[in-house]
Design a protein around this ligand. Sequence first.
Ligand SMILES: Cc1cc2nc3c(=O)[nH]c(=O)nc-3n(C[C@H](O)[C@H](O)[C@H](O)COP(=O)(O)OP(=O)(O)OC[C@H]3O[C@@H](n4cnc5c(N)ncnc54)[C@H](O)[C@@H]3O)c2cc1C
Length: 588
Amino acid sequence: MTLATRKFDTLILGSGGAGLRASLQLADAEARVAVVSKVFPTRSHTIAAQGGVNAALANVTADNWHWHMYDTVKGSDYLGDQDAIEYMCRAASHLVYELEHYGVPFSRLDNGKIYQRPFGGQSQQFGEGGQATRTCAAADRTGHAILHGLYQQNIRAKTNFFDEYFAIDLISDKDGNVLGALVMEIATGEPLLIEAKTTLIATGGCGQVFRTSTNASINTGDGMAMALRAGVPLQDMEFFQFHPTGIAGKGLLITEGARGEGGYLINKDGERFMERYAPNAKDLASRDVVSRAIATEVREGRGCGPNADHVMLRLDHLGAEIVGKRLPGISETCRTFLNLDPADTPIPVFPTAHYVMGGIPTNRFGEVVVQHGNNSEELVNGLYAIGEAACVSVHGANRLGGNSLLDILVFGRAAANRVTKFLKGHRYHKPLCQDSVDKAMQRLQRWDNKGDGESVESLRSELKLVMEQHCGVFRNEEVMQDGIQKLKAIRDRLPGVQLKDDSKVFNYARIEALELENLVDISMSIMMSAGARKESRGAHSRMDYPNRDDENWMEHSLYYLDGDRHSTKPVRTKPLTVETFPPKERVY
Ligand SMILES: Cc1cc2nc3c(=O)[nH]c(=O)nc-3n(C[C@H](O)[C@H](O)[C@H](O)COP(=O)(O)OP(=O)(O)OC[C@H]3O[C@@H](n4cnc5c(N)ncnc54)[C@H](O)[C@@H]3O)c2cc1C
């Protein structure tokens, strides 16, 4: 059988905000760009982003990029790379204005400038000047506005879209140069080989490894797992952000913007408990702090409801006008899923898996890097990664709200500029290695033998439960070691899983099977890295090692699929032009 093949200058896997910002830059630079997405581009998870995007525009309070940088370094619990953080915070205002010019309909202040709201972990004067107001918003549908703006600009720029194509694996040559990917058209089940001089992974996050998550069901970490299979490690996967305010039991997100607009949390006694955990920032402390506070209230018996298993978010004091104008999306969510109006009834909330700080290791140009020895890094030729799939690392151990929409714009553009430069020096496609094509084809064909083996669905449910029970907000050695054994047993059962229907046309069971393989590898990377890190930092909170240990653990962790190997690499503490922010105790 001859395999259908297409050739492009550059292949982008994923059409969320990261992929579309990169493809726009490349198409405008006249590169031949292919964008592959397993869903129609504007259904990517970026569409769900509510609260906004951070930039020190100073439209509401005094602000500048250096304060934003300080907050991001502190928020990361000093694990973020300070060169990349400086780069991101300096670029922020420019990139937000650029979006405005693309036609993104930001909300407005009375003076006509872009509306900004306060978000968690934001400060003026390097933490000394009180709350900053830095998050630029289009009501509570900011991601929707941005993704549509970027998609329309890509249509203008004539980007080539492969909508509803599923990427299976990267293709390379014998020397390890990445030369494209094998993908499958979902409508027909037919494979297609896309050859490219550069390949950019922008496949987003992996929240689906947990049972309760704010993430879309498509967020299965496919690109990260593809990188793992290609021998690239994943960095800092133990740092998984639990958003403090998911709807209890359901996981749907209630944006931090709700607290930014003045909402606050109460326990069963009606107490504003955040005053005890973060006396200054209170409900706008950083996310890891608020999530732990809620989990602690519930654990100590001060939870609400018949099972005392959640707390309440109050917005009813804000008035129907503010709630309707600034938070229309979450009002609709509450009416649809809880049958309540947040303008007069508090919302039941509990921490929910939300965002992976870790991912494919890159430098601040989006180039994928692997570590050799302690201080030397080597590029993986032709491979780039951006957005939630990547770990630059600007979020370190804990991401600040509003910094991910920024990250996808800044590094989407930076990576595209780097690709453009690469293309100038590499005018021809390299011949690929048939072995790597065969391997990817085998992965697809493995699901051709239907039978009565274990189902995808039962193994996946078990996996998510193991992750929830063994690697949640609070962790300890015994529970995680037990979890690792359970994950290994699940991995061993994978070869016995079979489809009941192996037809080709629009067979989503086949897609879910391919996703399950990815989820298993990603779960292992999270649990193994969490087991290895013997300290508490940012979102990684261990009962048996409650303190941060800068002496031994001021290091990024790396997980390799091969032998479940763990290693570390140094944090880049030197910014580009300013002084380093040295580690301090993190109080809010
Ligand atoms: C509910 C919610 C609210 C959020 N709110 C905010 C906010 O207010 N502010 C903020 O800064 N951040 C927010 N975030 C985080 C932020 O939205 C995301 O981290 C960011 O949008 C990710 O963008 P991305 O382009 O990396 O990935 P995504 O937008 O997730 O896009 C991934 C793309 O990859 C494609 N893909 C994946 N696997 C495959 C495959 N195998 N084959 C082909 N295509 C594939 C998908 O089809 C999709 O096009 C929020 C996240 C959630 C879940």
